[in-house]
Design a protein around this ligand. Structure first.
Ligand SMILES: [Zn+2]
Length: 225
């Protein structure tokens, strides 16, 4: 038995492994085998799924919102990878959960839209993660994605502001655009994470004032607060 045979066997094994465990068939979190690159059972078990529908109430207006899971564990991991590591595969996993939610909950939808980013932040990151999610969902459901909002450039950063200040700061930070494309339409507003709900609420409020018929909010995650 020469060393050559062992070396050849190793090469064959590596070859087989790389075919079976190709990148498409591994869990993006733990890198274990998982069909079609979805999360493995173990990683799914570390997601705290949301079972309820929630309400955002402010200024005598009410919007329903839906989230896939709490912003912790592996949902947080998927979002961080999409946001800061340009891992669009993680984005696809998140949006497939969001697509299922739309179907399960029968959320009315003529068009999809997303929470916009400031031009400066968009330049720095190179993409808007919420738009990425909306695009994937739109493709799966065959629903158009419309840019309906622009973020005003001079809004303060939300970090360091208390609850009330956040609401006041964010109100008026979004301006509706492309009115003719969403007038009288039922819209699903997509965002990555909902925290106080101020951002999503103010976007939805602006759309409602600008002529949308109905707005429901769908986010990948919901913070525990
Ligand atoms: Zn895994």
């Amino acid at each position: 038995m020469g060393k050559g045979i062992i070396k050849n066997l190793t090469l064959i094994k590596e070859g087989i492994c790389s075919i079976i465990y190709s990148k498409e068939d591994e869990c993006p979190i733990c890198k274990m085998y998982s069909e079609e690159g979805y999360l493995c059972k173990e990683c799914i078990s570390k997601i705290r799924f949301c079972k309820n529908r929630y309400m955002l109430n402010q200024y005598n207006i009410e919007f329903k919102y839906y989230s896939i899971a709490y912003y912790t564990g592996n949902i947080k991991e998927l979002i961080l990878r999409l946001k800061y590591k340009s891992d669009f595969h993680c984005g696809e996993i998140l949006s497939s959960y969001m697509t299922s939610k739309i179907k399960e909950e029968n959320i009315p939808c003529d068009i999809l839209t997303y929470v916009p980013m400031k031009r400066k932040s968009l330049r720095e990151r190179g993409y808007n993660q919420s738009k990425c999610l909306a695009k994937n969902i739109g493709k799966e459901l065959n629903i158009p994605i419309i840019t309906t909002l622009k973020k005003t450039e001079n809004t303060k950063d939300q970090i360091g502001l208390n609850g009330i200040e956040r609401w006041e700061n964010i109100r008026g930070a979004f301006t509706a655009v492309n009115h003719d494309k969403f007038k009288n339409k039922k819209i699903i507003l997509i965002d990555d994470v909902i925290t106080t709900g101020a951002t999503a609420f103010c976007c939805a409020e602006e759309l409602l004032m600008a002529g949308a018929k109905e707005i429901n909010i769908l986010t990948a995650a919901k913070s525990n607060v």
